[in-house]
Design a protein around this ligand. Structure first.
Ligand SMILES: [Ca+2]
Length: 446
């Protein structure tokens, strides 16, 4: 189902114990058309916890009551509302043929008989146990339903049980390379405990982990969103983090927060786009949001994101003493009301990094080593960099309504730099510059 959310979305976030959490969240997303989600199409089997037929999965009356213990390659499992167990997915690969586990919705539940609209995960979400492991390649796990940037957990087709310290793991203690795991439309709330809290981590096995994607999901109170582990020297390539909401990114003195984190392996070509970060939890500043933590972060592309009110130590997008940020592009993001101990919103160590067309508002704006920068808009900033095509000055919010998290611009910015076709749309799927001005910041005006 392609989600088209053209109207006001009102969402209420219930996490009053977190001081920086938004309490009444209103996000306006005009004309959002995300990339297509998986559908209940192809070779189908049906899954509904409360089904009482013969449990052969061939229609809704006879649906499986959970995902079968040995899912079959090439099959799409359409899942109705209910409570389902987490598990290790280990079906042997067959070429590149995936196994898809997708939410069944009112408008997309396959042709089988026995359906009732009350089964839809867009009516009542499906809830899963807290901890999944994928030990083979080519899996899709997608709840299908959920407006972009919704902070209301119940709007997502799938929910992971609250309070865990780990939701998804790629690989196991030993094994070969794993590729193409996509997780979408999942709502999750990590434990409040001060412990390592990893939404998705690669495991220690020797092979590479590539093309791992998290999209259209709600991550609340996690310390790390995507983290590599494993043998040094084997990289994790082409990971994607897109259209997600990250609330209350957790960081403590014992467990430092780094949302996107090459830890024990380097990341190459990480893409983070169209995400919204809001607030922190815990008692210590995050190392950063996108970090070269204990390994290098090479050739990343970070664009169209909004980062609002985060507190970091090294930088929002940053290298560390143990990892270099190299050849990153940071284009058309919006940074708001955030603090960094170094005062750098982008920082090294590293080389070849480029920051352009961003808005930095109401915060320190200094830039660390290893970065070239131009065409940024610095408003109500201190330590404001000088740029040949920079925009600066003025006061007051240039956004429609920060209190309701509406990050659209009130007016056009000075023209930003026209970038390559990779970067021509924003999180609303609006084409940048179609009015003659390619605006700075995450969301194109008008
Ligand atoms: Ca414009």
């Amino acid at each position: 189902m392609i989600l088209r959310c053209s109207s006001l979305i009102l969402a209420v976030l219930l996490s009053a114990q977190i001081p920086t959490a938004p309490t009444n969240v209103v996000v306006i997303v005009d004309g959002i058309v995300p990339a297509p989600s998986p559908l209940c199409t192809g070779t189908l089997r049906y899954v509904r916890q409360a089904a009482s037929g013969s449990a052969n999965g061939l229609d809704w009356t006879n649906a499986f009551t959970d995902i079968p213990s040995s899912p079959v390659r090439g099959v799409t499992y359409c899942v109705a509302t209910g409570n389902y167990a987490s598990r290790t997915f280990s079906t042997a690969v067959s070429g590149t043929t995936p196994i898809s586990i997708v939410g069944a919705t009112v408008n997309d539940h396959g042709p089988a008989t026995g359906w009732s609209d009350a089964f839809g995960v867009d009516v009542t979400q499906a809830t899963w146990g807290a901890s999944f492991t994928f030990t083979t390649s080519n899996w899709v796990f997608d709840g299908v339903a959920g407006p972009v940037w919704s902070t209301t957990p119940s709007q997502y087709g799938f929910k992971i049980a609250d309070g865990s310290s780990g939701a998804f793991q790629i690989g196991a203690a030993s094994g070969s390379s794993i590729t193409s795991i996509t997780i979408g439309h999942v709502a999750s709330l990590a434990t409040a405990n001060d412990t390592e809290k990893l939404f998705l981590q690669g495991a220690t096995q020797g092979g590479a982990h590539s093309f791992i994607t998290i999209r259209h999901s709600l991550l609340n109170r996690w310390q790390n969103c995507m983290m590599t582990r494993g043998q040094g020297g084997v990289s994790s390539d082409d990971w994607v983090f897109e259209y997600n909401v990250v609330l209350n990114n957790s960081s403590t003195s014992a467990n430092h927060g780094e949302c996107l984190n090459p830890n024990e392996r380097p990341m190459n070509r990480l893409v983070a786009r169209y995400n919204w970060w809001k607030g922190n939890s815990g008692n210590a500043g995050l190392t950063g949001i996108i970090v070269a933590n204990n390994s290098d972060n090479n050739n990343g592309q970070f664009y169209g994101n909004v980062i609002d009110t985060v507190s970091t130590g090294n930088g929002i997008i940053t290298g560390t003493s143990q990892g270099n940020m190299n050849n990153a592009v940071v284009y058309n993001n919006t940074f708001i009301n955030s603090t960094t101990a170094t005062m750098d919103w982008v920082n090294g160590p590293g080389s070849g990094n480029l920051a352009q067309n961003n808005i930095v508002y109401n915060m320190d704006a200094s830039i660390g080593s290893g970065w070239a920068h131009d065409y940024n808009w610095y408003r109500a900033t201190t330590n404001t960099p000088v740029e040949a095509h920079g925009q600066s000055g003025g006061s007051g919010s240039p956004f429609v309504n920060l209190a309701t998290f509406n990050y659209h611009l009130i007016a056009a910015t000075n023209a930003g730099l026209t970038l390559s076709s990779l970067f021509t749309t924003d999180a609303d799927s609006k084409t940048r510059g179609s009015d003659g001005v390619w605006d700075r910041g995450a969301l194109e005006f008008p």
